[in-house]
Design a protein around this ligand. Structure first.
Ligand code: FES
Length: 362
């Protein structure tokens, strides 16, 4: 946690007064607390002051809150400087982006998101963009780790982000377009990304998944191929494929047309990347035989241009990193050693697999 100090005198307004509506609200809020305990209202009242004051609390605002609550000013300063929800200096008028940098988000790519902020907003946290509309900072866990990496803008969170999705989000906000909070890959809340992973057997073979789960599966299949196939690194953002971020949907879900088709090799592949095919050579292999690949992942792999064990068997470390990012789950390929499994299956089919792993493939 960095040291949090009040903003420089040069930006501090001389005074602060609540609007009539906010004053009424503040008085009602203070009345909710027992006599002598009005100081307990300090956080909501400070928060309202921040909302009124373009997203930050000035010293004058803190002093006014202290007066209203009959608190020593230092107590109000202590609270405002302790909680990172309070901004102590001017922030972007359109968005102050809080990027979660805690471990789960970091492991899922928050550093790439920070690089986007540095490039698109300003080099340093809390520094205003040239037009004064944006600012950013890194914060600790914001409680949406299950959909990491994520950011918060004002009261809303935006989850399951890639650098490209964040760029698109910022572009939309800059243009005054509406953006949808929550997961950005089409999953329902925090439902499993590839559909249900438990209780999938059902009582009979024909048992249908529950409606909510079915919906999640259906939506998750709509992960935009462009998003899924692209490396998440910052360098990748500059690649030709994503030079027009405005064209990328923030919300997952390509048109029905694109969801049904495999990704054109031209759009998804980089010359030096793994071998991709627009369609299988003959019959596609059952990639689900690889432990760790379920029906949804098989679909995603197909969309990315992978149909055969022989393709996966040739993946290098670099290729794995590229595909891994496309699957939005870093480490999955190496964790289950897909390459070794694919090599065994490509070489000897089921028998080859048993020979190497001592058990049948799935
Ligand atoms: S670690 Fe990022 S939301 Fe929890």
């Amino acid at each position: 946690m960095s040291v949090r100090r009040l903003a420089d005198e040069s930006v501090q307004p001389k005074s602060f007064a609540f609007t009539a509506a906010n004053l009424k609200w503040a008085k009602e809020t203070i009345r909710k607390y027992p006599k002598g305990k009005q100081a307990s209202a300090v956080i909501p009242v400070l928060w309202r002051a921040q909302e009124q004051n373009d997203g930050w609390v000035s010293r004058a605002a803190m002093e006014e809150v202290g007066r209203m609550l009959d608190m020593p000013f230092i107590r109000v300063f202590e609270i405002a400087t302790f909680y990172t929800m309070f901004q102590l200096e001017p922030v972007g008028k359109k968005a102050h982006v809080q990027v979660c940098g805690t471990t789960p988000c970091m492991l899922r790519g928050s550093e790439d998101l920070i690089r986007v902020c540095k490039r698109k907003i300003a080099e340093n946290p809390h520094e205003l963009s040239a037009d004064g509309n944006f600012s950013w900072e890194e914060v600790e866990c914001l409680g949406a780790c299950v959909n990491a990496p994520m950011i918060q803008i004002w009261k809303d969170t935006y989850e399951d982000l890639t650098p490209e999705a964040l760029e698109d989000l910022l572009d939309k906000i800059a243009k005054g377009q509406k953006v949808k909070p929550g997961p950005q890959i089409g999953r329902v809340n925090s439902a499993p990304e590839g559909g249900p992973t438990t209780l999938t057997g059902g009582v009979t073979a024909k048992a249908k998944p529950r409606p909510a789960a079915a919906k999640a599966t259906k939506k998750a299949v709509k992960v935009p191929p462009a998003n899924a196939g692209r490396p998440g690194s910052d360098a990748a953002i500059t690649s030709k494929a994503i030079k027009s971020p405005a064209k990328l949907p923030v919300k997952a879900g390509p048109s029905k047309k694109s969801a049904a088709k495999p990704v054109p090799v031209k759009a998804a592949a980089k010359p030096a990347g793994p071998e991709r095919l627009a369609k299988p050579k003959g019959k596609a292999d059952d990639l689900k035989m690889i432990a760790g690949v379920g029906p949804k992942l098989e679909q995603t792999l197909n969309k990315l241009g992978f149909w055969h064990f022989s393709q996966i068997a040739k993946w290098t470390k670099k290729d794995i990193a590229v595909v891994d990012d496309g699957l939005s789950f870093k480490g999955r390929i190496e964790r289950d050693d897909w390459v070794k499994q694919a090599k065994a299956l490509a070489k000897g089919g089921e028998a080859g697999y048993i020979k190497v792993f001592g058990k049948k493939p799935r």
